[in-house]
Structures are given as C-alpha cells and as structure tokens.
Design a protein around this ligand. Structure first.
Ligand code: GLU
Length: 597
C-alpha cells in the first residue's frame, strides 16, 4: 500500500511533493497493464514521487523505493547509448525523430525507408537497442544494463519473471520486429534483437532511480549523485528533444501543451520527467489510462508543472539584475546600526545566532533548492535566517512557493526567516519579517537577539549613562553632560545639508532616544547607517556626499558637543576631555559590516 510517511519530515520540498501525492491519492481511474501478464500482478495503490535536484539531493514522497520494471522509460536512455556509440546522423538513418501520433505499439513505418517513426515507440526502441554496441545479444544487454545503472548511479538488475512473461507474450513486438527486418530497418537475428529489447524493459528501478536518471539528462549527461559523466551534453540534449516531442506516445502534443517538460512514460506505470538545467522527477503509479500512461503520474506532473510554474515554454522576462543565479554560503554579518558598547559586545559574543544567505540572479527551482539545503545545514544556534534578495531579479513561482514553505518550516523549528527584498515580494514571508534592505533586516534580527538577552535597544540612554564616559566620577560626568547641547528632531525631520549643520562645528553626537539614519535622499529606503539610543557619532560618521541626508526615523533627542564647547571644557575640566579622548568610539571596530550603502 502507498505509505504516507515522509522521508524527511518537515522538509519543505518533500512537503510539497507530499501535498501533490495526497491530493491525487483518491484518483482511482485506470487499470495496471495486463497484456504482459506479470505486470498485472502489481499493487495498484503503490504511488511514489521523487525529485532529484542537480546537486544530487533526492526528495521522496510515498513508495519511492519499491522496485518495478522500467519498461518504456528505458527508451530515452538506450537511445542515448546508441547516440554515444554511433552519433546522431547514423542513428537517424535507422530511426526517425517524428512524433507518430499513434499508440506505443503502432505498426506504421516510414514508407520508403521502413524506418520506425521515433525511438520512443516500441518499433523505434527495438531498433535503437539493436544499435547499442556489443558483440552479440548478451554483450549488448550487458552494456545496456551497465548504461542504465550509470544513469541511475547504482547497479540495476533484471526482473527475470517479467522478462520471461514479456518474451512469451510479446507477439505484437515480434510482428513489428519482423516487419522492420523485412523493410531493412532492423538487421541481425530478430529473436536475439527482441531479447535485448525485452531485457531492457525488464530492468528493475525505483522512483528514486528514475529521478536520478532524469536528473542526469537534465544536467547535460552528468549523474548528479555519482558525478560521473554518462553521456555527452549534446546527446543528453538530443534525447530530451525527442522526449519532448514523442515521449508520451500519442498524448505527446497534449503533454507538451499542458505539462511542458520532456518526459517518458512506461506501461509499468512509471513516468520520468527532466526539466533541462533544473531537476529530474520519477513518478510511479501502476493504473494506466487508455494510451498507456499512468493516470496519477500524469495528474501529478500536471499539478507540479502548474503549481510550480515549470512549463518550458513559459515566457521569461529579461532579468533586471543580470547576474548568474547563485546561492552564496551563509555568513555572519552585522548591521550598520551604531549601538552602545553593551549592545555591541552582546552581539559580538553571539555571532552564531543570525545567518545571512545571499541570493543573486533569477530565483528558479535550483537556486531555491540550494537555499533549502543551506537552511537545513544551519547550525542549531541560528535563530534568524536572513535571505538577502537585493540582487535577485525574477522570482519563479516554484521558488516563491519553496521559500514560503521554508519560512513556515523554519518557524516550527524556532528560527525566523527574514527577507531583505527591495521589491517587497511579500508572498514569501510574513510582512513583519520583510525589509527593503539587508541593513534593516539585520537590525531587526539584532534587536530581537538583544531583547532575548534582556537588553532593550530602543530604551533611552541618558547622556549621563553614556559608555563614552567610562568610569569617570560624578563631577566629571556632570561637567561632560553640561557641555553638550540638546537637539530635538521630530520624526521625519531631515537635517540638510548634513555637512553644514552636522559635521561643521559639532565634534560629537550622542543619541539619547529615538533613531537617526543616513539616507541617500528623503524618500530613499536604503540607508547608509542608523543610530539608536546610546550611540555616539563623530563627524567622520556623517556623509561627505551632500546628496545624502540625516533623517530622524522616530522622535529623536540628540546631544551634541561643539568645538567651542569642547574648548570651554578643556579649560574648565581638563580631565573630562581626557575621558572623551580615551572613549572607545565605535568607528574603531573591525566587525564585518553589511554594505547597504
Ligand atoms: N515492454 C513494453 C512493450 O514493449 C514497453 C511498452 C511501454 O512501456 O510503453 O510492450
């Protein structure tokens, strides 16, 4: 019976596959193939769905390790072996590449040449398996088994009972083979050629094998699990092209229209799908519709294609940020918020709590899947997982779905997913966890961490408590506090131009409450830095570029020390100036800062 357990509970991609499978569990149309008697003995409720990403990660839902015979799903792979042995021209001389529009066991051959229409129908497959190099049928069968095993990344075996059953009852294939022999398109001993073909169809695979085999084609011929090159990239391309036009027998046109991914089905109830450059899928569910394709298999592929927006012909808009899709490794980063020493030290002591993962280019299935993997490998201490989407162009539906599911999954594990996304694609995260730039996203995580540690980053810090004053005694502190002026900035007020008012006469700024930020302009959301209560700033912190301005993001109280004030202080309480000169100003820090400018 189809089992319901998940192989990796909580994994968002596995969960999506589970959803697809569970939605189709009650679809009970069709019957398992019985024209090969041994195939009729299968449990019709078996249902498995596997996906293999191009980094070799296999996701599995349902009965994905139950063996079944590969049947026609072997055809693309044996076609690939024939191409490797003879090249495209020579193979095309013997078998066409046109959709037949007819059933898998169609008897129609090309008029003059006697060529079968394509390698995906039985007649064409009998010819391609006869083309695989080898001295005699045993050697050819051995090469085919070895080849299919290389595609699967593990040694495969033949189901001798199915082989015997098919050989004993395969008169229609026999008839086809004799016709082709008569027409000159099949050469050699017909019974021997048929035995090679029947053995190839009787190779046992699992859903997971199919996913890896198709991922090998999708990845240009390199098996993503073993790393071995199985066929040349151009041959993988040829195979995918023929699968796209002929893989689903006389339903191929409809398939391309609705699912839009190269695929091949077999009468055992298997369907293999390859999305070039993205992944391979294996589906297994024995009941077939009248054309010989798995009912649930077709429905599952429809759902996956639709839900994830994977149709090959879907027009893609040119990417806005022309960068190669990439998912960079998580790195610890700090925001550009000026903070008092107590907060800086608390954050420095816990660099493992916040992780940043940088994505760039268009976000497709593969990049999203890599992100899921990065999230899976996060150290247990991480409580905030920041996804930096500021260099991301288009986000495909499947990627948005996966990232949204990742956010939910992380939350159940006590980690918040926080997005830095100037396009505010809120579909992917809770609005509260989405910020227009990396700086703000990091600030929010840091604030959360500080709150967890019992430090309130927004609580006012009066100048008298300022950590710049170190261990100075009360008299010195009072003298220092007196020397500062008070500047009140209501929320939204900008100080412009900053050079004149801020860095001119003022030598030291101290934020008692509220928040200051330096922005490119008054409407810009991208900030160079921000400063909260307890932060001390020197003129060097203020922008030299006049185009930038300082904005009070909240009602803010600043204390400022002017050059004259400092001179007066030097004359009256020289120890106080000495205290300031020893003050550990934040600019001296070496922490790796998020570059949000
Ligand atoms: N071995 C099967 C046959 O030749 C393969 C057909 C199929 O899977 O479509 O009849």
């Amino acid at each position: 019976m189809g089992n319901e357990q998940q192989d990796r509970p909580g994994d968002p991609l596995t969960a999506l596959l589970d959803q697809v499978r569970l939605r189709l569990r009650d679809l009970d149309d069709g019957e398992p193939a019985s024209y090969i008697p041994e195939l009729g003995r299968v449990d019709p409720d078996l249902f498995g769905l596997s996906l293999c990403a191009l980094d070799g990660q296999v996701y599995a839902s349902g009965d994905t390790t139950t063996p079944f015979t590969v049947q026609s799903v072997s055809k693309p792979f044996v076609f690939a072996l024939a191409l490797a042995d003879h090249g495209l021209e020579n193979v095309l001389a013997r078998v066409g590449a046109e959709p037949s529009g007819e059933a898998f066991n169609s008897i129609r051959l090309e008029p003059v040449t006697g060529r079968p229409p394509n390698p995906m129908v039985n007649a064409g497959a009998i010819v391609t398996s006869s083309l695989v190099a080898g001295d005699g049928p045993d050697e050819r069968s051995a090469r085919i088994l070895e080849g299919l095993s290389a595609f699967a990344g593990r040694p495969l075996k033949v189901d001798e009972a199915v082989f015997a059953s098919e050989r004993a009852t395969g008169d229609r294939n026999r008839a086809l083979a004799y016709l082709m022999h008569n027409a000159g398109s099949l050469t050699g001993d017909v019974e021997e050629q048929l035995a090679v073909y029947f053995r190839q169809c009787s190779v046992l695979v699992t859903c997971e094998d199919l996913a890896v085999m198709h991922a090998t084609l999708a990845g240009g011929g390199v098996n993503p699990v073993t790393g071995d090159r199985v066929v040349a990239p151009r041959h993988a391309q040829h195979v995918l092209a023929v699968m796209a036009t002929c893989g689903m027998y006389d339903a191929s046109g409809q398939w391309m229209l609705q699912v839009g991914m190269p695929a091949k089905s077999g009468v055992s109830g298997a369907i293999g799908v390859a999305l070039p450059g993205q992944f391979g899928i294996g589906v297994f569910s024995p009941p077939l519709e009248e054309k010989g394709n798995s009912v649930r298999g077709i429905a599952a592929c429809h759902l996956i294609s639709d839900q994830f927006g994977l149709h090959l012909m879907r027009a893609t808009v040119p990417q806005r940020r022309p960068l190669p899709p990439r998912s960079l490794h998580p790195a610890p980063l700090r925001s550009l918020r000026h903070r008092p020493r107590s907060q800086r030290e608390a954050l420095d002591a816990r660099p493992d709590r916040i992780r940043v993962h940088v994505l760039q280019g268009d976000l497709d299935f593969a990049t999203a899947e890599q992100t899921l993997r990065a999230a899976r490998e996060l150290p247990g201490a991480v409580s905030w997982f920041v996804l930096d989407l500021t260099r991301v162009g288009r986000v495909e539906t499947v990627a948005a779905d996966l990232l949204r599911a990742l956010g939910e999954d992380l939350r159940t594990r006590g980690t918040r997913m926080v997005l830095a996304d100037p396009d505010e694609r809120q579909a992917m995260a809770r609005p509260a966890d989405e910020f227009p730039d990396l700086g703000r996203a990091l600030e929010s995580c840091e604030d959360g961490l500080l709150a967890e540690l019992g430090l309130d980053p927004d609580a006012p810090v009066p100048l008298a408590d300022c950590d710049l004053f170190g261990r100075a005694d009360a008299r010195v502190r009072a003298a220092l506090a007196d020397a500062f002026d008070t500047l009140r900035l209501p929320e939204g007020e900008t100080v412009e131009p900053p050079g004149a008012r801020l860095s001119g006469r003022i030598v030291l700024w101290y934020v008692e409450s509220g928040r200051l930020a330096v922005c490119a302009d008054s409407v810009s959301t991208v900030r160079t830095w921000s400063a909260g209560p307890g932060a001390a700033l020197t003129p060097a912190d203020f922008p030299a570029r006049m185009s930038r301005q300082v904005l009070a993001e909240r009602d803010t109280v600043c204390r400022t020390l002017t050059a004259e004030g400092l001179m007066r202080l030097r004359a009256s309480v020289p120890e106080a100036v000495a205290v300031l000169e020893r003050a550990p100003l934040e600019g001296a820090e070496t922490v790796d800062r998020a570059d949000t400018a």
